[in-house]
Ligand binder design. Structure first.
Ligand code: FAD
Ligand code: SF4
Length: 334
């Protein structure tokens, strides 16, 4: 690990100023991504700015409905908060499906949003990697690419965004609150992460000096009828091969409103608007679920080792819809 300077800051303003002061600095929240990557020499910040003392850990109901989750709220606190468990089950389930209890006690919402890919080549500095070193190449394209993406890829990078939480927050139409040089702004969750295109090193819309302060989830008529389904190589302590965040509102026996997003299959949290369109206005049925599954994989670009994800994702979509119906959340219990 390269030597670095440790700084601690107690206000957002001081933290942003410290980050801005040196070209190669990083915020430290729970440290469960950053410290790992520093040990691997993938990240080598000269200054590490500990933001844990900042007053950004609250989870509070918003006056007009909805909820605001501070960037320093721990993943475990968010998952067990009553408002989240009862009104946004998809988020609680996504968080509880991730990592381990110990990691979730440390991991924060801001850090989870910003976590980096688990691509093996990215995490091993003996390999080339366009994300680590732009222009150096992408060994995953023709290498071992079983865990890699089938959506949102480019000839420069096919790495997945590994977060479970991000998938749920995308489905819930959340907004990310950011403080920066020019004041405060909000960014729709769906737009925040970038596909790799020509510049895989740029992963989000954050600018130098920006601090994520909170995530707002708006009130909705569908969030309480939701779930997260994650498929992985083992039952716990494992990243998604494919995952589905699903939320549904019913009216007169038909699906009035649907939200769906995927994880484990795309270079960013992947909103499945075409599937939402297939579902909206229809009565739940096996035939509808199969059509939704086919729509889910339109445009997929599998590579040598990850073609199984095309079938896996379709099965995950059907299963998520069946589970919600069997829970009595699509009218009559099937
Ligand atoms: C063994 C293991 C298994 C895991 N399994 C899963 C899993 O199954 N599913 C899953 O989703 N995740 C998983 N994770 C990842 C885990 O969820 C993340 O490491 C965690 O959420 C990161 O949060 P943190 O607070 O520790 O971030 P940190 O490591 O402190 O920071 C991560 C990055 O975010 C930046 N950052 C932090 N806070 C802010 C902020 N407020 N504003 C701007 N930038 C900020 C930091 O500078 C850094 O670049 C796993 C991790 C490990 C180690
Ligand atoms: S897929 Fe992306 S992260 Fe992985 S080696 Fe290629 S460029 Fe690097």
């Amino acid at each position: 690990m390269k030597q670095f300077r440790y700084l601690q800051r107690t206000t957002p303003h001081e933290a942003m100023a410290a980050l801005d002061a040196t070209p190669n600095s990083a915020f430290l929240a729970g440290g469960t991504t950053l410290i790992d990557l520093m040990k691997l020499d993938v990240e080598q910040p000269s200054d590490v700015i500990d933001i844990n003392p900042l007053p950004l850990d609250r989870i509070e109901a918003l006056p007009g409905g909805g909820v605001r989750i501070g960037a320093l709220a721990r993943n475990s606190e968010v998952a067990r908060h009553e408002l989240i468990r009862t009104q946004y089950p998809v988020l609680a389930e996504a968080l509880l499906s991730g990592a381990s209890p110990q990691l979730r006690n440390m991991a924060t919402v801001g850090g989870n949003i910003m976590q980096r890919t688990r691509c093996y080549y990215f995490r091993d500095v003996s390999f080339a990697c366009n994300k680590r070193l732009p222009g150096s190449g992408c060994p995953a394209l023709d290498g071992f690419n079983r865990i890699h993406a089938i959506f949102g890829t480019s000839e420069n990078c096919i790495a997945t965004n590994p977060s479970d939480m991000n998938v749920a927050l995308t489905a819930l139409d959340s907004m990310i609150r950011v403080s920066g040089r020019n004041g405060e702004r909000t960014i729709p969750f769906e737009d925040f992460h970038l596909v790799p295109g020509e510049s895989p090193q740029r992963e989000t819309l954050l600018e130098k000096g920006d601090l994520i302060t909170a995530v707002d989830i708006p009130a909705s008529s569908f969030a309480a009828n939701s779930l997260y389904l994650k498929v992985r190589d083992r039952a716990s302590y494992e990243f998604a091969l494919a995952s589905v965040a699903l939320a549904i509102e019913m009216s007169d026996g038909r699906i009035a409103n649907a939200r769906m997003a995927f994880g484990g299959v795309a270079t960013k949290p992947w909103r499945a608007r075409n599937v939402e369109q297939v579902l909206t206005g229809s009565e739940p049925s096996e035939d509808l679920f199969e059509r939704a599954a086919r729509a889910a994989v339109e445009g997929a670009l599998p590579r040598r080792d990850n073609a199984f994800k095309v079938e896996l994702l379709q099965r995950a979509v059907v299963k998520a819809l069946r589970v919600l119906r069997q829970a009595g959340k699509m009218g009559v219990r099937a």
